[in-house]
Design a protein around this ligand. Structure first.
Ligand code: FES
Length: 118
């Protein structure tokens, strides 16, 4: 099985209007996921890079949220207009976009106790 150099998970979760946590794709259009898929395809990155829709990534207050693995790069407030530079600068160029990055201390997982090693 091949390994992707970058696996982009795009939160496409929907919640009812007025939900206290909001959601990343209130219109249910998956426009952000589709923009990533188009950009990956147009740049012929398909064999190494994949973009998938994801359910809630538990960073709802910071959405729309995207996470790129295995690098574990979290971006928040992502728009369709950001997609070309995420692909160009982060995926191809290896640069973190500081204006979009969710700092690790803001991630909800950072607030949980980490499992202890045996
Ligand atoms: S709804 Fe997108 S992270 Fe929760």
């Amino acid at each position: 099985m091949s390994e992707f150099t970058h696996h982009i998970f795009v939160c496409c979760n929907q919640r009812e209007p007025g939900h206290s946590r909001g959601c990343c794709d209130p219109a249910g259009s998956e426009a952000l996921r589709n923009a990533f898929k188009t950009e990956v395809k147009n740049r012929n990155l398909g064999p190494c890079v994949r973009a998938n829709s994801a359910g809630c990534l538990d960073q709802c207050e910071l959405g729309p949220v995207v996470v790129i693995y295995p690098q574990a790069i979290w971006y928040g407030g992502v728009t369709v207009a950001d997609v070309p530079r995420i692909i160009e600068e982060t995926v191809i160029g290896g640069k973190i976009l500081e204006d979009l990055r969710i700092p690790s201390e803001k991630l909800n997982a950072a607030k949980l106790d980490k499992p202890k090693a045996n």
